[in-house]
Ligand binder design. Structure first.
Ligand code: 0A1
Ligand code: ZN
Length: 861
């Protein structure tokens, strides 16, 4: 049940105080029963600061409480909905409690809950307090020993953090004891008791430690674990090679669970994963899924050092572990595949999600100053923008100094709970000759800086002057912005596109000029190469963009120039459409896309990215008043016209890249498939769906199957219905694939998408209790701009209904969906009224969770 609204009290970074008591050791005993689990806890505590002993605890039934072995009288402690206060305690003592909890009724999926065949935990950020009374904050680090017992038949596998000490069986129940030698915060505690089977392997670290690896999944899923295991071993090796970081336990287990609020969790020695990021086979997973599995496996593994060994002092520092670990997984993936294509994909995501948030009512800094509900702050700002900030450190410092800074950071903060300042200090220590303090503004100020550039060439002095200006719009609570320090990777190109020079400028003022001497000709400048800072570059001329799209030696900027060029062309066409003019394909865009196709053999994966027009949501971000229908009409007309005009070339490219081994998931194979399917999409857009139909019926590879189904789903009619029915019949018992069946319909660009999504919410396979299913239907639909923003407001109502229903069972997931309504101010007044009405309807609900309350009230502004 949701809690009363009186508890909406913000937590402020400025109010941080150190813990009153530290915990040295934790002994936990779980007597596991679905509806009534008993948890006995013995904590060894010692005083750390003045104050009273308060332990967090939620929905716990206290059965016993003992201090140094003696039962504690009722008048010596008090209980309230937030926890337990013990009035008088010595400076060192043992506190023992026995509590009862109900995992079967835990639909929030935080704490100890049931899913599929067993018990699982999720403790980050504040789930441990739903298991036992504890100072549930990351700066309390303790050593854990865990004993659990459960029905031996139903829950044959018993796992926790660290190493297994002993196990046994008695009277049909069995037990196991685990010990984790490393001190850790409570949010990294994990327990699994379930009917799972393991895929096992091993890894020997550089210094000779033998590590047993296990991936635990439901029976029948073992065949889909190979990619996850191979990824894990690659990640372990990479972290040794790249950062000198070795694994520090003899066991590394991963357990997969199908009901999970997020992607995966880095619990020490026992990662718990959403099945979506473990299971993959060519028949069931797309190439994107394969890459996501690899990325998330690497991400959670990398947390062992950046998160577990060095953790966060408080949740305001969340980006300290998340931004850094995302940066590490990005670098890992760039090393496995094409670095430029990886960068393009990452920036695409950043722009579509983070830039959008940073421009709206939910904008917050990488280190927020205040929150109501920390679960609402697992955002792309904390993760992806945080990773960009780490990347800027490295660009400013250079690779070697950055690695040295990382060594200092780990050395100085090992086994402790650190802050963003600790990271800064380590990096600054690695470059004592430079003062980089100004980078800290990226943690404090929200918003995306906008940069403009002015160039002048003076033939007399043969000097080229570049003047850069930066401004950042106000964001909630921050009216005035100070200039950011940003590395600007640039290249000066001659008329043939040869690099005259390339270097990195330090841009740290509102306006700054850079003079380059000995330049023989007026040069074209390529700015922010590789997206060297998370900013919006404005005011580039179309001629310049066309030149860079064709000639830039920096692959990222070549892609970006084409994106910006296409954005300008499409926005112009949107304005013309609103004016009632007939659509006309821009010659320059046609030529640029044709040239891109001609160059396909150079790099098919890059070509696939370059062929993709800017998303509707990105075009919306550039409009004063968003017109989702005009954007949709124009973008579709452009795709159709390009498909028509380039039909022959698209066909030949389709066939050329069509012969990839369906079981091959190497970079080149995935690149070829991506290119083939990009051409398929253009051909279908121009009205030729025959190829999609053929591909759908003749492939066993999920990337190809889903790409074809995506095209068919756009075209109401018999083929669509037959394809969807056959897909459903084939995969109705494979949840992760069934998720795709839902999302392909939710993303569809068909006249009847809204009605179909409404019907799908009543489909027998739609499960509100399963976050993956909710995301695949409702999350996907709310990202389908043209359909979600249906002028009737029915899309908004559907979302509002779902938020209110979900808030009763899983507030974390409910709150996340609210962001679909947060952009209401960007639309016409009719839509504004409809969206605002939904937010108000949500807020009016009595007993709304603080999760949803925070998102809806902030969205309303
Ligand atoms: N630390 C995890 C993310 C995570 C956060 C919250 C969760 O449950 C509410 C679960 C996982 C990561 O970055 O992978
Ligand atoms: Zn993470």
């Amino acid at each position: 049940m949701a809690e009363p609204s009186s508890i909406h009290i913000p937590v402020n970074l400025a109010d941080y105080t150190p813990p009153v008591f530290q915990v040295e050791t934790v002994e936990l005993e779980f007597d596991l029963h679905p509806a009534a689990t008993l948890v006995r806890s013995r904590l060894r505590l010692h005083r750390h600061a003045a104050g009273q002993l308060h332990l967090n605890g939620r929905k716990l039934k206290l059965r016993e409480i003992l201090l140094d072995g003696e039962p504690l009288g009722d008048n010596l402690y008090s209980l309230d909905p937030s926890g337990l206060t013990v009035f008088e305690v010595p400076d060192e003592f043992t506190l023992e409690t026995l509590v009862e909890i109900n995992p079967a009724e835990n639909t929030e999926l935080s704490g100890l809950y049931m899913s599929g065949s067993g018990f699982f935990t999720q403790c980050e950020p504040e789930g441990f307090r739903k298991i036992t009374f504890f100072p549930d904050r990351p700066d309390v680090m303790a050593r854990y020993r865990v004993r659990m017992s459960a029905d031996a038949k139903r829950f044959p596998v018993l796992l926790s953090n660290g190493n297994k000490l002993a196990e046994g069986e008695e009277y049909g129940r069995h037990w196991a004891e685990w010990e984790d030698p490393h001190p850790k915060p409570s949010y990294l505690f994990a327990l699994v008791a379930a009917d799972l089977v393991a895929v096992k392997d091993e890894f020997t670290t550089r210094s000779g430690r033998h590590v047993d690896l296990g991936i635990w999944v439901e029976r029948g899923d073992e065949t889909r674990c190979g990619h996850a295991m191979a990824s894990l071993k690659r990640a372990m090796l990479w972290d040794e090679d790249t950062f000198g970081l070795e694994y520090d336990l003899d066991v590394f287990n991963i357990a997969a669970v199908s009901d999970f609020n997020a992607g995966a969790m880095e619990n020490k020695g026992l990662n718990i994963f959403n099945t979506a990021y473990v299971l993959a086979s060519s028949a069931t997973a797309t190439d994107t899924d394969f890459q996501n599995v690899e990325r998330v496996i690497a991400h959670e593994y990398f947390h062992n050092w950046t998160g577990d060994r060095v953790t966060c002092r408080d949740w305001f520092q969340l980006s300290l572990k998340e931004g850094l670990t995302v940066f590490r997984d990005q670098e890992y993936m760039a090393d496995q595949f094409s670095a430029a294509v990886k960068r393009i994909a990452d920036v695409r995501l950043l722009r579509a999600t983070q830039f959008r948030d940073d421009a709206g009512p939910l904008a917050h800094p990488v280190r927020p100053a205040s929150y109501l509900e920390i679960n609402n702050f697992y955002t792309t700002t904390i993760y992806e923008k945080g990773a960009e900030v780490v990347r800027m450190y490295r660009t400013l410092m250079g690779r070697e100094a950055f690695r040295h800074g990382m060594e200092i950071y780990i050395r100085d903060n090992d086994n402790s709970a650190a802050t963003v300042e600790d990271f800064f200090n380590a990096m600054q220590a690695a470059v004592p000759e430079h003062n980089i303090w100004q980078i800290m503004r990226w943690y404090e100020q929200a918003g995306t800086p906008e940069v403009t550039a002015e160039e002048t060439y003076d033939p007399a002095s043969r000097s080229f002057t570049l003047t850069l200006r930066q401004t950042t719009k106000p964001t909630p609570g921050q009216d005035e912005k100070h200039p950011f320090l940003m590395p600007v990777a640039i290249g000066l190109l001659d008329a043939e596109g040869r690099d005259l020079l390339s270097e990195t400028l330090l841009f740290h003022k509102a306006e700054q000029s850079f003079v380059f001497a000995d330049i023989d000709q007026p040069a074209a400048v390529s700015l922010f190469r590789g997206f060297s800072a998370p900013i919006k570059l404005k005011g580039q001329s179309r001629e310049r963009l066309a030149f860079l799209a064709a000639k830039d030696t920096d692959l990222f900027n070549r892609w970006d120039a084409l994106q910006q060029y296409a954005t300008a062309v499409l926005l112009e066409a949107v304005a013309a459409h609103q004016d009632g003019q007939v659509f006309r394909l821009d010659d320059g865009l046609l030529e640029a896309i044709a040239a891109t196709l001609r160059e396909a053999p150079r790099d098919p994966a890059f070509t696939a990215e370059a062929l993709l027009l800017p998303a509707e949501s990105l075009l919306a971000d550039e409009m004063g008043v968003v017109d989702p229908d005009a954007i949709h009409a124009v973008r579709e007309a452009t795709r159709a016209a390009l498909g028509e005009a380039l039909r022959d070339r698209l066909n030949s490219t389709y066939w050329e890249y069509g012969k990839v081994d369906p079981a091959d998931h190497s970079g080149p194979a995935m690149g070829a498939r991506a290119l083939k399917n990009a051409t398929l999409a253009y051909l279908a857009a121009s009205g030729d769906a025959s190829r999609a139909w053929e591909q759908f019926n003749n492939t066993g590879n999920m990337t190809d199957r889903l790409a074809a189904l995506t095209q068919l789903a756009d075209l109401p009619g018999e083929k669509r219905d037959t394809a969807l029915t056959s897909f459903y019949e084939t995969w109705r018992n494979t949840p992760l694939v069934l998720d795709k069946w839902f999302s392909v319909q939710a993303r569809a660009n068909a006249a009847d998408t809204l009605e179909r999504v409404q019907a799908l919410t009543r489909h027998e396979a739609f499960e509100l209790r399963n976050p993956n299913r909710v995301r695949s239907l409702i999350g996907a639909f709310s990202a389908n701009q043209a359909k979600f923003h249906n002028a009737s407001g029915a899309g908004y109502r559907l979302l509002g209904d779902m938020v209110l229903r979900l808030d009763e069972t899983n507030p974390q997931i409910a709150a996340r969906l609210v962001s679909g309504l947060s952009s209401w101010r960007r639309f016409d007044t009719a839509r504004q009224d409809l969206m605002r009405a939904e937010l108000e309807r949500i807020l009016a609900r009595e007993g709304l969770s603080s999760n949803t309350y925070e998102m809806a009230s902030k969205a309303l502004g």
